[in-house]
Design a protein around this ligand. Structure first.
Ligand code: NCD
Length: 314
């Protein structure tokens, strides 16, 4: 169930919840993302403490299409945080001004703390190196739209899985659907930390490590690519040495099966060549499009009785 809930960690939700959300996203998609008055009078506060283009603007776009309005900021600059206000007080304030609070922050673990303070539902729009649940919902929805299923496919996740929250939450999302094995293609040193590997093992997901995409490209159905998260390295020169250490080009894709789909949360830097954009493999611009119906579904399920309407209860 979604109504009035915080969306902090995808694994607080069930596969059934995610399927309910997919159904609702389908409704918006089939209506051509037409504006509605579903959330008329509701206010979404966007509190972004880290850079964002897609996530913030697509949340805003989704809220506007639902007839609601948006307040917020896109960096701590210009807010009272600069005067020394605590993050907690900033959230308390937004809790008074809005009906739902969408937060992006660099600190792992911060979202639960903030959600406890806020009476209004809080949505995690990217938390440190660990979580990005709405991106994962978009990614799972894209797989579902492209393949008709999420389970039973052969998955590869390529790049800086250690620092990329989008990659980790994509894998958490797959675990909800009963996926038992995910192949990670990462340069040495960019495997996720042990605690994540253990978390996934406990959910029944085995993570296999590969260093060369060539060894498995021909058997993959889905390849999820993430950029090197250079800004998250404690040692910037180490990031510099890893520049260009993995990439997808037309040449890499020669042995791929025709059904392969490539996903990328974007932004991309050098890890995914633009020569792939015009091929049937590219699903990453569809992900961008699906971010609107999926975030419309998130907001409408949390803020209205859509789920009960969907189930014919009212
Ligand atoms: C991702 C993020 O912020 O974690 N971007 C996004 O929300 N689409 C991925 C990234 O920055 O690499």
């Amino acid at each position: 169930m979604w109504r009035n809930r915080d969306l902090i960690d995808l694994t607080d939700f069930t596969r059934r919840d995610v399927e309910t959300l997919f159904k609702q996203a389908d409704v918006f998609l089939e209506a051509g993302l037409a504006p509605t008055k579903m959330l008329e009078g509701k206010i979404m506060a966007a509190a972004f403490f880290e850079p964002s283009t897609r996530t913030r603007l697509s949340f805003e776009s989704a809220m506007h299409r639902l007839g609601g309005s948006v307040i917020g900021f896109s960096s701590a600059e210009g807010t009272s945080i600069e005067k020394g206000e605590s993050l907690e007080d900033t959230i308390r304030m937004l809790d008074n001004y809005s009906d739902v609070i969408v937060v992006r922050h660099w600190e792992d673990g911060v979202m639960r703390r903030l959600a406890r303070l806020a009476k209004k539902p809080l949505i995690n729009a990217g938390e440190g190196q660990s979580r990005h649940p709405t991106q994962a919902l978009i990614d799972l929805y894209t797989v579902f739209k492209e393949k008709g299923v999420v389970e039973g496919l052969n998955y590869g996740v390529m790049g800086d899985v250690k620092h990329a929250r989008a990659a980790k939450d994509f894998i958490r999302g797959l675990s909800l659907f009963g996926v038992r094995e995910v192949n990670l293609i990462t340069p040495r040193g960019l495997m996720p930390e042990e605690v994540f590997v253990k978390e996934m093992n406990n959910k029944g997901v085995r993570l296999n490590h590969h260093e060369r995409i060539e060894d498995l490209i021909s058997v993959l159905d889905i390849l999820y690519v993430v950029r090197l998260q250079a800004e998250r390295f404690s040692n910037r020169s180490e990031a510099e040495t890893l520049k260009g250490s993995y990439s997808i080009t037309l040449k890499t894709l020669e042995p791929a099966s025709r059904g392969l789909r490539i996903l990328h949360p974007l932004p991309r830097v050098w890890e995914l060549s633009s020569e792939v954009d015009g091929t049937p493999y590219a699903a990453y611009f569809k992900q961008v499009y699906f971010s609107i119906p999926v975030r419309m579904a998130v907001l409408s399920l949390i803020l209205s009785d859509m789920e009960r309407i969907q189930e014919g209860l009212i």
